[in-house]
Design a protein around this ligand. Structure first.
Ligand code: SAM
Length: 217
């Protein structure tokens, strides 16, 4: 069993070799990736793999995303510490913690209650007070808290959900994987003067977004 000093040094190495080395430049993003204890969000049997360069199973057939993908999606959002953020797909809660470090408040929605409960517990143990975990269909967004300055979707959608585009604030940004059920393009969506501009960032592979505005199982 590794101790916290060893985990911290694995984290530093992860940031240098997997993240900075691949072109992520934002100082704040690199700092929080080096700070948030990813090993607390993985299942005990994967502790030794927590800082490896790939996703890991978290139960219910879902995954905690690859560290680089978490950093890239976060960098695309350009957070300044003042934003209201919606995350669709809480999973382990790891990306929620990264977002909580860099924004004002985070609403995160997960369709599996078991995953939401575990994420809630870890986030509360780590004393994140600006994250609200909600169980439900995040493809619908969260109408009662909209608009959001930033939206991050951590599951692949067949098309850009209109519900989420509608809930994005003026001047807001969203990152979302869109495409087939096995591979997608990571899209950066920006809303200016009520128009939506979409840029493709890279190819990616995410579990499917299942719900009213996603895949129908
Ligand atoms: N951000 C997560 C992390 O850091 O661990 C990774 C999440 S995993 C790649 C995607 C998650 O999206 C899964 O936990 C899955 O259950 C969830 N999901 C899929 N469709 C959803 C929906 N319609 N609403 C909410 N969550 C959904």
């Amino acid at each position: 069993m590794r101790n916290e000093v060893e985990f911290s040094s694995l984290r530093e190495r992860m940031v240098a070799t997997q993240i900075a080395n691949r072109g992520i430049k934002g100082r704040e993003v690199l700092e929080v990736m080096a700070k948030v204890p990813r090993h607390r969000f993985v299942l005990p049997k994967y502790l030794d793999s927590a800082y490896e360069d790939h996703p890991l199973p978290i139960g219910e057939g879902q995954t905690i995303s690859q560290p680089y993908m978490v950093a890239l999606m976060t960098e695309c959002l350009g957070l300044k510490g003042v934003e209201k953020v919606l995350e669709v797909g809480t999973g382990s809660g790891y990306q929620s913690a990264i977002l909580a470090e860099l924004s004002k408040e985070v609403y995160t929605i997960e369709r599996f209650e078991s995953l939401a409960e575990r994420a809630k517990k870890v986030l509360s143990d780590l004393e994140y007070k600006n994250v609200k975990v909600i169980v439900g269909d995040g493809s619908r967004g969260l109408e009662e808290e909209a608009p959001f300055d930033r939206i991050v979707v951590t599951a692949g959608a067949p098309v850009l959900p209109k519900s989420l585009a509608d809930q994005l604030a003026e001047g807001g940004k969203m990152v979302i994987p869109v495409g087939g059920s096995f591979s997608q393009a990571l899209l950066l969506v920006e809303k200016e003067k009520d128009k939506v501009k979409t840029t493709s960032v890279c190819g990616c592979v995410f579990v499917p977004l299942i719900g009213e505005y996603g895949w129908k199982r």
